[in-house]
Write a protein that binds this ligand. Structure first.
Ligand SMILES: CC(C)(COP(=O)(O)OP(=O)(O)OC[C@H]1O[C@@H](n2cnc3c(N)ncnc32)[C@H](O)[C@@H]1OP(=O)(O)O)[C@@H](O)C(=O)NCCC(=O)NCCS
Length: 200
């Protein structure tokens, strides 16, 4: 049985594991044994710390199998992270450390220039989300359930829209998001930015 619930502090390692396993291909891992934590510290940890009540994990007998991480106000989240989340991590993981694997070097660069949404999107689509599932959870309807639930909670809170960034090569996720009511808003180098109003 799989249960959907808000994350607890004790779920952090499980969330980071899902982030690692969905974020790196086996080839990338074989290339240099990336840290099991650093990717999660960039892409998952700040959401669990800033707004756990907006996030959801899907847990089964083997642990955390997937998550949706979200914030209602991307601007507030990015301002908080700039002062409270990135500085201590930046001090700990220096990109010039020769011991870093190639993958971790790329992740550590994000501590210097943290992930950020295009400011132009934040008026109509102030919220944003990330969603990742291990293989065993995919294709069972959980993405629709989690995204529709987030959209409904945002609508109730008066937030007009939610956006996300997806790799332009991730055609599966782009197709799925389109099916779930997201439309392309803009593109930059490697990312397609998509948005869904909460009112339609
Ligand atoms: C993206 C991801 C979270 C989707 O989860 P999922 O379990 O496959 O999604 P669901 O089973 O809930 O599918 C939701 C709907 O999208 C549809 N769908 C799935 N793939 C689709 C595709 N390529 N194109 C169009 N629709 C698609 C499903 O049929 C389903 O439709 P329905 O609700 O009308 O029946 C999951 O595949 C994943 O973790 N992938 C790897 C990591 C990743 O790419 N994350 C996104 C990074 S931006």
């Amino acid at each position: 049985m799989s249960t959907i619930r808000a994350p607890r502090f004790a779920d952090t390692a499980g969330v980071y594991r899902v982030c690692f396993e969905t974020g790196f291909t086996p080839e990338r891992i074989a290339e240099g044994r990336p840290s099991p934590e650093l990717l999660g510290q960039v892409w998952a940890g700040p959401y669990l710390a800033f707004a756990p009540e907006w996030c959801r994990v899907v847990v089964d007998t083997h642990g955390v199998a997937g998550y949706l991480l979200g914030v209602p106000s991307t601007g507030a989240f990015e301002r908080w992270a700039a002062t409270s989340w990135w500085p201590p991590l930046r001090a700990e993981h220096r990109i010039d450390d020769p011991a870093l694997s190639p993958a971790d070097r790329e992740t550590a660069a994000l501590l210097v220039t943290p992930p950020a949404s295009p400011p132009a999107l934040l008026g109509a689509f102030p919220a944003h989300l990330h969603i990742d599932f291990l293989d065993r959870l995919r294709g069972r309807g959980f993405a629709r359930t989690l995204i529709d639930d987030l959209v409904e909670r945002l609508r109730s809170a008066g937030v007009p829209g939610v956006h996300l960034g997806v790799g332009r090569d991730n055609t599966n996720a782009i197709g799925l998001y389109t099916h779930l009511g997201f439309a392309e808003l803009q593109r930059d180098d490697g990312t397609v930015w998509m948005g869904r109003p909460t009112t339609s």
